[in-house]
Ligand binder design. Structure first.
Ligand code: F6P
Length: 522
């Protein structure tokens, strides 16, 4: 059965939320914090994860009404349909089963009547055995040397996910050096190959369709570069592919034994959990890769089985809708306080904006309410010296997700204390600001009384700017999997509430078609 088709703005809950918004629009987080239980009442825990959403412009009534909205559009039904493998990607006629890829349960998941779990297990075994061979040095290149470098050739979901995870898990990396080639810009591939030794490099071509212009062009360029020193008979030792298009892979010259499967029921931007994540497993070893999957599964089970008012991805999705659709916020910032997660905002841009950037509802009608948030961000503390001025004192409302870790990986506690002081300091500054009275006193006591008249308005922080604290114990493959799955479920939840299809991406096609036409004219 298809997903339900309910215009959220026509629900009773939406009407109640509109009335409620008119009442609470000007509430102040500072006032809400007069309640001693505020933090405890608006925090959720999931083992090593603590999400504190107390610094939002919400009351318990706001949460109750947002949950009512989720119930009225039957989010529960949509969640079950996704996990059960129903064709919820209706416009492309596909199931959406990235959750099955990380499931440890024996329960079958059926696609066209066939359980997909055995295929997933076979693929995982293949990833493990191949990764072990390459990492241990048993896999030899065409001159008998072990592999030292791995190059992932892909774009979009076939690049951003693996690249972000490999970067984030640098601490857990082995001796292999991993590179990512994505852009059609020939300077990108040239920069990557210029220092590589063809004898010791393994190329992983990742393309679900194996027709993507960027990936195939880069793969051909690299193959030609490789063949300057080797022969076509050496290709099997240096080129492997991840794809659904076996014929095109075969035509490229890749050995059938070196093809890792992809499935139509896994969307590109949700595919790092499949063999698309091969470069992750090569980079940090299969056990760490499995831990990443297990972390995601922990979030899956929480999402599927927890009441909405205690459900972390659902609460974050509802808050986002509250700001997007009621306060008119257009963007959201993702601010990880660890340099390891510097690629997370880029990754989330595809996941969120390719999924929910839709202007037509599940009925095919043009939508007259806001969907799809614009997401952006960078790591703390660097961004405090870059764009945070606008977030603190600008005219725009920008809800922020602060992502932090209680422990650092190398244990430089002095650095970590300072990092986390900034993490909490930023959220406090955003929420509570600095009043005229405070600025007045500050200037007075610092001996700048004469400057009060000229400086005071510029030094005031209005505050009342919302943020969430997403705090893990430590950055591990497991906690990273959990974090990524959290955002995936937030995306789907919002898509359901907005009555759109989150899993297609027709909006990327027209530009591609026109580029092809222009190319043919040249
Ligand atoms: O940008 C559009 C898109 O289809 C993405 O959804 C996908 O991740 C990317 O292109 C790459 O596609 P493929 O894996 O088929 O090369």
């Amino acid at each position: 059965m298809a997903l339900k088709n309910i215009n959220p703005t026509k629900t009773n809950a939406w009407q109640k939320l509109t009335d409620h918004f008119n009442e609470v629009e000007n509430i102040n987080i500072k006032d809400l914090y007069k309640d001693a239980n505020r933090k405890a009442d608006f925090s959720l825990e999931l083992n090593d994860l603590l999400v504190d959403f107390s610094k939002n412009r919400i009351t318990q009534e706001t949460i109750n009404l947002l949950v009512e909205l989720a119930n009225e559009v039957d989010l529960k039904d949509a969640v079950e349909k996704q996990f059960n493998g129903e064709v919820i990607n209706v416009t492309e006629g596909r199931e959406v089963l990235h959750t099955a890829l990380r499931s440890n349960s024996e329960d079958p998941v059926l696609v066209e009547g066939k359980n997909v779990k055995p295929q997933i297990q076979t693929a995982l075994r293949k990833i493990r055995s191949f990764s072990n061979k390459v990492i241990s040095g048993k896999w030899k290149g065409y001159t008998g040397k072990s592999i030292t470098d791995v190059v992932n050739i892909g774009i979009g979901g076939s690049d951003l996910g693996p690249d972000m995870i490999v970067e984030s898990l640098q601490y857990y990396k082995n001796q292999l050096t991993t590179h990512f080639v994505s852009n059609i810009d020939g300077d990108h591939v040239s920069e990557i190959i210029k220092n590589l030794n063809p004898e010791t490099t393994l190329f992983v071509i990742v393309s679900k369709t194996f027709t993507t212009q960027e990936t195939i062009t880069n793969a051909e360029t690299i193959k030609n570069w490789f063949l300057k020193s080797a022969t076509i008979f050496d290709i099997p030792k240096h080129f492997v592919a991840v794809s659904t298009n076996l014929e095109a892979v075969d035509n490229f010259g890749i050995d059938k034994a070196n093809v890792f499967p992809m499935w139509n029921w896994v969307g590109g931007r949700f595919s790092l959990w499949s063999a698309v994540g091969l470069s992750i497993s090569l980079s940090v070893g299969f056990d760490n890769y499995r831990a990443l999957l297990d972390g995601a599964e922990e979030m899956d089970l929480h999402y599927r089985n927890t009441d909405f008012d205690k459900n972390i991805p659902v609460i974050l999705a509802l808050l986002s809708i509250w700001y997007n659709n009621f306060y008119g916020a257009e963007t959201e910032a993702v601010l990880p306080y660890t340099q390891y997660l510097k690629k997370l905002p880029d990754y989330l841009q595809q996941a969120i904006m390719e999924s929910n950037g839709k202007g037509v509802d599940r009925n095919g009608d043009k939508i007259n309410y806001q969907t799809g948030t614009i997401v952006w961000g960078s790591t703390g503390t660097n961004m405090q010296h870059a764009f945070m001025q606008l977030v603190h004192q600008g005219t725009k409302l920008i809800p922020c997700d602060f992502i932090g870790y209680k422990e650092s990986l190398y244990g430089l506690t002095d650095h970590h204390k300072k990092l986390m002081a900034n993490y909490y300091g930023q959220m406090e500054a955003l929420a509570f600001g600095k009043s005229k009275e405070e600025v007045h006193l500050e200037l007075k006591f610092s001996g700048d009384e004469d400057k009060i008249a000229t400086l005071l308005p510029f030094k005031v922080f209005e505050g009342n700017r919302p943020s969430n604290s997403i705090l893990f114990d430590k950055l591990t493959p497991h906690s990273l999997g959990k974090l990524v799955a959290l955002y995936e479920h937030k995306i789907y939840t919002q898509g359901i509430l907005w009555n759109i299809y989150s899993y297609d991406q027709f909006g990327v096609e027209l530009g591609k078609e026109l580029a092809k036409k222009l190319l043919n004219k040249q």
